[in-house]
Design a protein around this ligand. Structure first.
Ligand SMILES: *Cc1c(COP(=O)(O)O)cnc(C)c1O
Length: 363
């Protein structure tokens, strides 16, 4: 395996894995040095599962705009720039718009984003606005937004940077490369949230491209988790009005349906649902017990693994990687709503130490 650990400053996934990304040789990388995110052992959560598995989180929330979307966006925007595109457009539940806005800004392109009114986390909206995107809120959900975006190039000179753009998947598959580089092999199970289903498709592609051919047996089982109220791949048919607290996966009609189904089927993985309660509980557990603050959609990987280790679907003794797709700071409202609110006391030693001692007593 090539040592790709130290290629110099400003190096992102395109420079690091150029052999695997079919961009033109002279195409300049529009990069924010994305990727190279840590694979963090989840020892305290594993202990709660009686150490039946070795558990890791691939913390994609540490990408430059706070989600894995940066991996796909650096490639999609670099390709668009190499073709002379002036503007990019996407429908988004939030993170795609944040990444598109940042990379388009860096490339000197205009960015237009369609978001579902009232259903986007505050941090993501702030990002798209700060990076200079023109934000259009639609009275409709993500699926309706994407249907409009698909037709937009017929009406305006814009390049689509949703994950239906195949360059996105070329970028996102590099996360699988990094996992193999760190573990020295693929995990036994890779567990992740699934919304529009580009990412699970990209990872599966990545694992197959990066592992040498004769080692096919070592591919991971791909496990996709969906929110119970937005679980089209679990049910096997689209969902008309998807609902979940995990807004990043509030999607009823995944665009890369076949890619996701094939990933699960060919790898002997599966899709299963998690309730919003289980998602929020896992989000809190990751933050409190492991120091990893992710957004609700990302926590579904851990919620699902807890269930599937307990019910035996994930085999004992396995290496399990949870993809933690986005940072918790993206969605402060949901975090604050489920937390104990701060206690206000007088600015005296007695009041402060009293509050601390009372809290220690309660714990
Ligand atoms: C986009 C996104 C997902 C879902 O990924 P898909 O490729 O749409 O399946 C999950 N979590 C977060 C934080 C996201 O931004």
């Amino acid at each position: 395996m090539t040592d790709r650990s130290n290629l110099g400053p400003g190096v992102g996934i395109i420079d690091k894995y150029r052999d695997y990304i079919p961009l033109a040789k002279d195409a300049r990388a529009v990069s924010l040095a994305e990727g190279n995110t840590p694979l963090i052992p989840l020892e305290r959560i594993a202990r709660r599962l009686d150490n039946k598995v070795r558990l890791y989180a691939k913390f994609e929330g540490l990408n430059p705009t706070g989600s894995f979307k940066d991996r796909g966006m650096t490639v999609a925007v670099s390709h668009a720039a190499s073709e002379g595109a002036r503007a990019v457009v996407c429908a988004s539940t939030g993170n795609t718009s944040a990444a598109a806005a940042a990379y388009a800004g860096r490339a000197g392109m205009d960015c237009f984003v369609l978001i579902p009114e009232g259903k986007i986390a505050l941090g993501k909206l702030a990002q798209a606005m700060m990076h200079g995107a023109k934000v259009v809120q639609i009275r409709g959900n993500f699926d309706e937004g994407l249907d409009i975006v698909r037709q937009l190039p017929d009406h305006a000179p814009v390049t689509i940077v949703n994950s239906i753009n195949p360059w996105r998947l070329h970028g996102q598959k590099t996360a699988a490369f990094e996992i193999i580089d760190v573990l020295g092999k693929a995990p036994d199970y890779q567990c992740m949230p699934v919304g529009n289903a580009g990412n699970i498709t990209a990872y599966w592609k990545g694992y197959r491209e990066y592992l040498p051919e004769p080692m096919h047996y070592a591919l991971p089982k791909m496990v996709g988790y969906q929110a119970a109220g937005a679980a089209p791949l679990v049910h096997g048919h689209p969902v008309d009005s998807p609902e979940t607290v995990a807004t990043a996966i509030r999607i009823g009609k995944p665009a890369t349906w076949d890619g996701a189904v094939n990933a699960a089927k060919d790898s002997e993985g599966w899709f299963s649902p998690q309730t919003d309660d289980a998602i929020l509980k896992a989000q809190k557990m990751l933050a409190k017990c492991e120091g990893i603050f992710c957004e609700p959609a990302s926590a579904i990987s851990v919620a699902g693994v807890i269930e599937d280790v307990r019910n035996g679907r994930i085999a004992e003794g396995s290496d399990v990687v949870c993809i933690v797709t986005g940072h918790g700071l993206k969605d402060p409202d949901t975090a604050i709503a489920q937390s104990e609110q701060p206690e206000t006391v007088d600015a005296t030693m007695d009041s402060v130490s009293g509050a601390i001692l009372a809290a220690m007593e309660r714990a």
